[in-house]
Design a protein around this ligand. Sequence first.
Ligand code: PMP
Length: 379
Amino acid sequence: MINKRLVMIPGPTPVVRSIQDQMGRETVAFGDPGFVKDFKGVIEDLKTLLGTTGEVFVIAGSGTLMMEMAIANSLKSGDNLLIVSNGFFGDRFNTFVLSKGINVDVISAEWGKVVPASEIEAKLKEKTYQAITVTHVDTSTAAVAPIEEIGEMMKKFPETLYIVDGVAATAGEKEHVDAMNIDILFTGSQKAFGVAPGLGMLWASEKAMARRASLGPIPEYYADFDRWLPIMKDPGKYFATPAVNMIWALQESIRIIKEEGLENRYARHIKNAKAMRSALEAMGFSILADEANRAVTLSCVLYPEGLDDLKFRTVLAEEGAQVAGGLAAYAGKMFRMGHMGNIDDHDLVSATAAIERTLYRMGNDVLGKGVEALQRGLL
Ligand code: PMP
């Protein structure tokens, strides 16, 4: 018999039944009064949840659209952007901003480490940047950036917008838009919100909205704040068809988050991450990110000498758990495992046991070691 498939990649994350049910509802017209009320509630809840007096945008698309939207509404041709990169997704900004005529400087950390706030500050003193981007958790390294400390430092540079990529962080790692001095924060539905892929969410501070206004018309159409703002203020209006069922799914995800309590959710992520990592270490793996900056949402897990990546992930999939491969220089050397969103103790135990069975089938008998370490961590 084939095992159930446990999606332990760093997004999409497992989608719980009650969220699936919302996706399976009969679709209604986007002008349906019930749906308009639900959409309005989602926008208001997201503002409160992440703490902003600014605006929230909920749009059909993935995290990459949100990256583009953040840049398009903050910078014009000739502006200066500082990209703070802690890995593959930090670097991704640099793949599309150049074609917009934006001048780019990049400060990068070695994979597994993060650029400290002091280094960013030194760079910001050299010239005026209209914006900086920081990836809260880079999914290629599972290193977490000190976004609160950076936000505090950014108070010295009021001309510069602080853009945070929260795709692998929001609703799992602690974030507060206004209190952390963040101007733009964005994420995708498929990560720590535990919804299937399909929605992008973006929070824009009052300062970010003022910057958008100062730009005048921009070349982008679908990604323009100004096209969407009337809809976010009154979801009964039309600009482009909203993803009705996905918005219901997000509404259910928000209900789950409110029921758990955001602070409890953060605490659960910390506990789960510690337990999962002690289990991985007990099975002979090691963790890429420095101890001081390990994310709670996922882990990048280095193989012990001699363990073949492709074989490991293939056998693990047969045992019922899917993890992702390493990126760039770490392809073949590590796997990436998500432990964010609405995963519970059953998921963690099952995933750990599946890894044990995989190792056993590959000639490495560590049966019980991972599960014991995990359960001790969870308890
Ligand atoms: N930023 C980060 C940190 C990510 O992890 C990802 C996707 N894994 C993206 C951006 C891009 O998001 P998407 O794949 O949803 O377009």
